[in-house]
Design a protein around this ligand. Sequence first.
Ligand SMILES: Cc1cc2nc3c(=O)[nH]c(=O)nc-3n(C[C@H](O)[C@H](O)[C@H](O)COP(=O)(O)OP(=O)(O)OC[C@H]3O[C@@H](n4cnc5c(N)ncnc54)[C@H](O)[C@@H]3O)c2cc1C
Length: 410
Amino acid sequence: MSDLPPENEFDVAIIGAGATGLAVACAMAMEDLKIICFDKMFGFDGQEKGDTRTIALLQNSVYLLQNLGVWDDCEPFAEPLNIMKVVDDTGRFPPVPDASFDASELGSDPFGYNIANDRLVSILAEHARHHPNITLFDTDHVASIENLAKKAVVTPFEGQPVTASLVVGADGANSLARRAAKITTTDWKYNQTAMACWFSHSQPHNNISTEFHRTSGPLVLVPMQGNKSGLVWVETPEKASHLMALDDISFKKKLSAAIHGELGELIDLSKRSSFPLSGQVANSFAKGRTVLVGHAAHVLPPIGAQGLNLGLRDAAMIADIACKAHMRGDDPGSIEVISKYDELRRSDIMSRTFTVDFLNRSLIHGWFPPLQATRAIGVQLLKLIPPLRKAVMREGIAPQINLPPLMHSR
Ligand SMILES: Cc1cc2nc3c(=O)[nH]c(=O)nc-3n(C[C@H](O)[C@H](O)[C@H](O)COP(=O)(O)OP(=O)(O)OC[C@H]3O[C@@H](n4cnc5c(N)ncnc54)[C@H](O)[C@@H]3O)c2cc1C
């Protein structure tokens, strides 16, 4: 797997084999593009690697995985999300009423499914590994990328350079592909840390995902198979480091208090991981012969399950545009492809970045009375006006315009 094929020429070079990079590879391979994907994480055999994140995949991301032919392998490990509950736990005035959103109001599908991130990545990697159009190149890292007029040249740390018409930067928040394309970013910090783990409990979750809105940030419970739930708990860095240092029994006590005894007795607890929260958005999503997807393009706080779902929409969009160019006999890394991707992804990425940032800040800075009142009135309106509620639910799942074809149900 580590040896480059002799010809060293590819249509597409993907830097990074997280969920977004692998989704791009699997989508483009269906249309006969010749793809190479670089990362160090292959060979995962289905055992947990210590990534304790679970990912709430919203409906259109599930359609994407169905269209890629990988959903049948994911489904046995995924739990449907039927109801999303938002609980105001800020204690501020005026109180925001609790709100419950039921997927059955929109149709027969659940809002989405929750699956362990490492499971999802390993299933996509297995699919890519067996696809004849994809070469998985096992490298510590890609060392350099040059965006030239006719091709891009990608050089892995330990191997020979390869050329590609299009480079897909799926290499995370500290993206080399982004820097090599001379794309700048806007960055900001939150005084918050997210803790992620899963735990089992004595009472059923009834496929309800609950988001507690607290003054330090959200605390989210997401159903997993059996009587298990994924947890994302956002606190100040000081409080999070104190909680991370607790033994399991003390941590479970604190958690049980924070979720007001919901889910009954807390039983098994997985390893805990912590993620300092920050925000970042690339000032352009495409330049030279490079496009950015996923965390390389945008990093958001974990509110409303937006991050990877947004990244999968990036993946499906570049696959659609580049494959159509290829089928016409055009260059999949041409300026037309690059510009169209940048244009079509802009409103979705910028609006989600703004909304998630606003929601997060409205929790932290909600002492400002008009902000708290606006939240209270907004939730009340959603409760009282079903068409408004349905419109907000639909938009929360995915944007209603410019949704790539691969994200529609077939
Ligand atoms: C606590 C928490 C909970 C979350 N929950 C959700 C959720 O419920 N729903 C949701 O949609 N999103 C969620 N997210 C967001 C989601 O995890 C991210 O959006 C997603 O993991 C980003 O995937 P990615 O493939 O873009 O980047 P990454 O997962 O960061 O992958 C980047 C890959 O690039 C590789 N790489 C880096 N540099 C190089 C290089 N030079 N050469 C080669 N390879 C390189 C890395 O090894 C890595 O494999 C959550 C995030 C957090 C922190």
